[in-house]
Design a binder for this molecule. Structure first.
Ligand SMILES: Cc1cc2nc3c(=O)[nH]c(=O)nc-3n(C[C@H](O)[C@H](O)[C@H](O)COP(=O)(O)OP(=O)(O)OC[C@H]3O[C@@H](n4cnc5c(N)ncnc54)[C@H](O)[C@@H]3O)c2cc1C
Length: 270
């Protein structure tokens, strides 16, 4: 899953609006996807801002070439019938989010799946073919939003399961796909999208305090003031009380990786 859509365009529009320049500009948001955001619960709040700023939305627009000197972008557009055609769009300023891919030393290694990502069990984060390999972060093929917020929840799962593996046990800590996209919609307000696998909402705070589906000043303060402190002093030092993984009471379903596991010899050395 890609990261958060429209993150560049929307805050820029807020700035232009405050400078009273937005009316002079034509802003378009082109995405290769078919929706403004992958999780439907957050779309209404984002749409309010799209309308407020007069942003034209172009779905199924895949950027395939940029002619910088002539300021022209080429998109492959897919219509409702699935037909594709190429169109060119002139621009004064282009803000591009590049296609995500794993680094070559991963994608060209035996660890990779067909798409080049590390082939992981989405729950245990154990490699599906090499039982003594675990993975986390952007290079993994787990279908979560690729965010540091996801890494924060994945790290304790991997730590727990590596320790179990070293003892010759099956991994039982489970990652639920949590990821978070703090979507800045205007200076001072954020839509704090927090969700896991299947787009299931996973709010950290009760709705009466922060409703992640609505723009919130508290979420802005959280990101601007609180999170940097938590990041440097809590997360990076492994002192985090809200990232405990779920531990299954039973072994997870067997798959190839479990069969490939052979930790017996290492158990001796512990
Ligand atoms: C503009 C932007 C804004 C973001 N905002 C947020 C946010 O608000 N909240 C959030 O949760 N997430 C955010 N993210 C996502 C977050 O940054 C990533 O999900 C996170 O950094 C992934 O961590 P990682 O360790 O998997 O990969 P990375 O952080 O990319 O770390 C990989 C490291 O490997 C190094 N490396 C690469 N190749 C080699 C090699 N051959 N040898 C040795 N080292 C190598 C790289 O230099 C890099 O340091 C944002 C990302 C971007 C680009």
């Amino acid at each position: 899953m890609r990261r958060c859509a429209a993150e560049g365009d929307v805050p820029a529009c807020d700035h232009w609006k405050r400078q009273q320049r937005l009316g002079d500009l034509e802003v378009e948001f082109c995405t290769a996807g078919a929706a403004l955001f992958g999780v439907a619960d957050y779309v209404p709040a984002l749409m309010e801002y799209v309308e407020r700023y007069g942003i034209q939305l172009n779905f199924q627009h895949n950027l395939i070439a940029v002619d910088g000197p002539n300021r022209c972008a080429t998109f492959k557009v897919t219509d409702a019938e699935g037909q594709t055609r190429e169109i060119e769009k002139p621009f004064d300023m282009l803000h591009v989010c590049p296609v995500q891919k794993a680094p070559a030393f991963i994608s060209q290694s035996p660890l990779a799946d067909a798409a080049g990502w590390i082939e992981l069990d989405p729950e245990t984060l154990q490699h599906k073919r090499y039982g003594d390999v675990f993975g986390l972060g952007d290079a993994g093929n787990t279908p979560n939003a690729k965010t540091a917020a996801a890494v924060r929840k994945q790290a304790p799962v991997v730590a727990e399961n590596v320790l179990r593996a070293l003892l010759g046990e099956a991994p039982r800590a489970i990652y639920d796909g949590y990821g978070s996209c703090p979507l800045t919609v205007e200076r001072g307000k954020i839509v704090l999208a927090e969700f896991g696998y299947g787009g299931k909402l996973q709010p950290t705070f009760p709705t009466w305090l922060v409703d992640g589906r609505r723009p919130s000043r508290l979420s802005w303060l959280l990101k601007e003031k609180l999170l940097p402190w938590i990041y440097w002093n809590g997360m990076l030092k492994g002192r985090e009380w809200l990232a405990q993984p779920q531990i299954l009471a039973h072994n997870p379903a067997q798959h190839d990786a479990a069969a490939a596991c052979d930790f017996g010899d290492r158990k001796q050395g512990i």
